[in-house]
Design a protein around this ligand. Structure first.
Ligand SMILES: Nc1nc(=O)c2c([nH]1)NC[C@@H]1CN(c3ccc(C(=O)N[C@@H](CCC(=O)O)C(=O)O)cc3)C=[N+]21
Length: 288
């Protein structure tokens, strides 16, 4: 029997519909949620994602502004742009598309984004709050994975979740969010010896390694839920995940496809966080 497909496009659309309703309610009150996407240089892949983000904003009635800066922009110039966006009332969320050119320090840039506009959830304060289980913007990709699990009725408490990859934006926060829902969490990474001996124990396997078709059937336990966070190009330049889908199909109980799995959820949760940021400004105004 083949594995059940977790459809990120469908689940994402359902969530986007409810975000669109929240946008409509805000607009009735004279407030249009606005997202600024800052793109430095002309990385081909980045440009595609940014276009997707803008289209998605427009589809649900949000305002989006692209701040496109040349590749030779200095760090000071970029920081100045962010300070401007921090101060703008029509912008509720700021996303600086990563990676940035090598001459710019990403940590400094991210830390400059106002916490209340950090809809990526990447700033040190947002990350700290997430670690403490406090209310904050959650990073969109792991947040989207949590929604996929929730909407698919997959139980987390007491399950063994194994994360492959420990990046700041996916692997690390992913483990935290699963831990908060009472999973037993194991982190694995490039220095883990005998990786399959760990991944084979997973009830929920999160592949966030960034290597095309890396996870095969030798890594997966019968009946495991396999979440593929990878976005790679294979030897034919075709979009593919970190999981060899055909190899694992039928062994996993559930699996996310690429495309159409985690990717659309990342954008969905960005919209979700942005409408939340806009709602927060209204709540603050009432309190004054
Ligand atoms: N500050 C920042 N925040 C990000 O969230 C961020 C970033 N920088 N840099 C780049 C990565 C990548 N990323 C994707 C989001 C959606 C899809 C997506 O929707 N993918 C579609 C396919 C799109 C296609 O066909 O190319 C899918 O998987 O179905 C992919 C990639 C967000 N990122």
């Amino acid at each position: 029997m083949s594995s059940a497909i977790i459809n990120g496009k469908e689940i994402g659309q359902e969530i986007r519909n409810s975000v669109a309703e929240r946008v409509a309610r805000l607009k009735e009150q004279g407030l249009t949620p606005g997202l600024a996407v800052v793109l430095v240089g002309d990385n081909q892949a980045s440009a595609t994602y940014v276009r997707n983000k803008q289209k998605s904003c427009e589809a649900i009635g949000m305002f989006s502004e692209l701040v496109k800066l040349p590749g030779e922009t200095t760090q000071e110039e970029l920081l100045a742009q962010i300070v401007l966006l921090n101060g703008r009332e029509d912008i509720h969320g700021i996303l600086v598309q990563l990676p940035l050119p090598k001459h710019i320090d990403e940590d400094t840039v991210i830390a400059t984004i106002a916490v209340e506009k950090d809809v990526d959830g990447f700033s040190p304060v947002s990350v700290g709050k997430m670690m403490l289980g406090q209310e904050t913007f959650l990073p969109c990709t792991p947040f989207g994975v949590m929604k996929l699990l929730e909407y698919s009725g997959i139980e987390i408490a007491g399950k063994h979740a194994v994360i492959v990859g420990r990046s700041h934006i996916v692997g690390k926060p992913m483990g935290q969010l699963l831990l908060q829902k009472d999973a037993t969490v194991t982190y694995t990474h490039s220095k883990t010896p005998d990786l399959p001996s760990f991944t084979k124990q997973a009830d929920i396997l999160i592949a966030a390694v960034g290597r095309a078709n890396f996870i095969t059937k030798e890594h997966v336990k019968e009946g495991a839920v396999v979440i593929d966070v990878g976005i790679n190009r294979d030897e034919n330049n075709k979009l593919c995940g970190d999981v060899n889908f055909l190899d694992v199909d039928g062994i996993a109980s559930h699996i996310t496809p690429v495309p159409g799995g985690v990717g659309p959820m990342t954008i969905t949760m960005l919209l979700f966080n942005t409408v939340q940021a806009a709602e927060n400004t209204l709540a603050n105004k009432v309190r004054q």
